[in-house]
Design a protein around this ligand. Structure first.
Ligand code: M6R
Length: 365
C-alpha cells in the first residue's frame, strides 16, 4: 500500500523520520542518553584489532560512513570492501577479529558468500540486516536489526538511514567499551542521534524546492556528485540513486579528487551536486566548488545556514538544511539526495519502483 504517495519510493522516503526513530529506540536508553545494544555480543570490543566490513550497493555506502565513525569514535581500524571483492582478494584476516556485514534483504549472494568466508577464517560475524529471518541473519553470530519495515522500492532509501542509525550506535558502543570516548561525549553523540528524526522532518519541508531543481536535472546527460569525509559516501549514494531510477549517468567522487581527473568534464552543461555541511572539511570543499564555478559549472549545494553564508561563488543554487552536529549529517543529508533522484525520475517518467534491469534482491553472484 503506497498510502497517498505515487510510488513506494516516495512513501519510504517519507517514512524515514518514523522508522529511524523506531530503530534508534531499540539501541538507545533515551533517559540515560546512552547506547544499549539489543543483543549480547559474542566478543569484547577491546580484543578486536580490526573490523572488516563488506556489503553491496547502498549497504556498502552505509558501511563506508561507518568506517569514519568507528575510526573516529572508537579508534578502531576498519577496512571495507564491496562484498564481491572481499573474499577473492586474499586479505590477511586475524582470527577473533570482527567481520561486519550490512544488508537490507539479508539474501545478497556476494554478501552471504563473504560472510561464509569470514566465518571459515575464524572471524566473529555481526550483521546489520533488515529482514531478520534472512539467510544472512541466520548464519551470523549476532545480528543488529534495522527496523525499517519492508522496503518495496528497488532503490534503497529507508533501509540506508536505518543502517546508519544502527552503525552509529555500534560505533558509540565500541568507543565506550574501548575507552575512546567519555560518558559526556557519548551523551553528546546520542543526543545528536535522538534529534535526527526532527531534522529529517524539517528537511522534508524542502521537498518543493528539490522538486523544482530536479526538473532541470532531468535535462542533463551526466551529473557529478562531490563530498568529503562522511559526505563522500553520500556523494556515491546520490550518484547511485540517480543512475538507478532516472538512468542518467552520474558519478560520485571525493571532492578532493576533482582535480585528479573529473574536473576535465566540467562545463556549463554538467550539474555538480555537492553535499557539504559546515564541518571540519567544509572550507576544503569550498575551494573545490570554486574550481567548478571558475569553469562555468552549475552547482547544487546541500548545506546548512553557516555553509550557505560562506558559499557565495557564482552559479550556485543552495538547499539549506537544518543545523546539526556533524556526527549525524549523513543520516539527514541522505533525504535531499534521495528526493533529487526521485523527482528527476518523476520528471522523466521512468518506472521508479521497478527500474529496468534491476532486482530488489540480488541472489546471484
Ligand atoms: O539487500 P542488500 O542491502 O544486501 O542489497 C544490496 C544492494 O543490492 C542494494 O543496496 C542496491 O544497490 C540497491 N538497489 C540500491 O538502491
Amino acid at each position: 500500500d503506497k498510502g497517498n504517495h505515487r510510488h513506494f519510493m516516495a512513501k519510504e522516503i517519507h517514512e524515514q523520520p518514523e522508522v529511524v526513530a523506531h530503530t534508534l529506540s531499540h539501541y538507545i536508553d533515551m533517559a540515560k542518553e546512552s547506547v544499549v545494544l539489543p543483543g549480547e555480543l559474542p566478543f569484547e570490543w577491546n580484543k578486536i584489532e580490526r573490523v572488516s566490513i563488506s556489503a553491496c550497493g547502498t549497504a556498502y555506502y552505509a558501511g563506508l560512513v561507518a568506517k569514519y565513525w568507528f575510526e573516529r569514535y572508537a579508534r578502531l581500524p576498519v577496512e571495507i570492501d564491496v562484498a564481491s571483492e572481499f573474499r577473492y582478494r586474499e586479505a590477511p584476516l586475524r582470527k577473533g577479529d570482527l567481520a561486519l556485514f550490512v544488508s537490507q534483504s539479508g539474501e545478497t549472494a556476494d554478501t552471504l558468500a563473504s560472510l561464509r568466508y569470514a566465518k571459515e577464517q575464524g572471524l566473529h560475524v555481526l550483521s546489520v540486516v533488515n529482514v531478520q529471518t534472512s539467510t544472512i541473519a541466520r548464519e551470523s553470530d549476532v545480528i543488529m536489526p534495522t527496523l525499517a519495515g519492508p522496503e518495496i522500492g528497488v532503490a534503497s532509501t529507508k533501509a540506508f538511514t536505518c543502517q546508519l542509525s544502527v552503525l552509529a550506535c555500534l560505533a558509540i558502543a565500541a568507543g565506550r567499551a574501548r575507552g575512546a570516548i567519555s560518558d559526556a561525549e557519548e551523551r553528546k553523540l546520542v543526543r545528536a542521534l535522538i534529534e535526527v528524526p526532527r531534522h529529517m522532518n524539517e528537511t522534508l519541508t524542502l521537498e518543493g524546492d528539490i522538486e523544482a531543481l530536479a526538473r532541470d536535472l532531468g535535462k542533463s546527460s551526466d551529473v557529478l556528485y562531490l563530498g568529503r569525509g562522511t559526505s563522500y559516501p553520500l556523494a556515491l549514494e546520490g550518484a547511485l540513486k540517480l543512475k538507478e531510477i532516472s538512468y542518467i549517468h552520474a558519478e560520485g567522487y571525493a571532492a578532493g579528487e576533482l582535480k585528479h581527473g573529473p574536473i576535465a568534464l566540467i562545463d556549463e552543461t554538467m550539474p555538480v551536486i555537492v553535499t557539504a555541511p559546515y564541518d571540519s572539511v567544509f572550507e576544503k570543499t569550498v575551494s573545490n566548488m570554486q574550481e567548478v564555478a571558475a569553469r562555468g559549472g552549475r552547482i547544487i549545494l546541500l548545506t546548512d545556514s553557516k555553509g550557505a553564508a560562506e558559499a557565495t561563488m557564482p552559479g550556485v543554487t543552495i538547499i539549506t538544511l537544518p543545523d546539526m552536529p556533524s556526527s549525524v549529517t549523513p543520516l539527514v543529508y541522505a533525504l535531499p539526495v534521495q528526493l533529487l533522484a526521485y523527482y528527476t525520475a518523476v520528471a522523466l517518467g521512468t518506472d521508479i519502483d521497478q527500474p529496468r534491469n534491476l532486482a530488489k534482491s540480488v541472489t546471484v553472484e
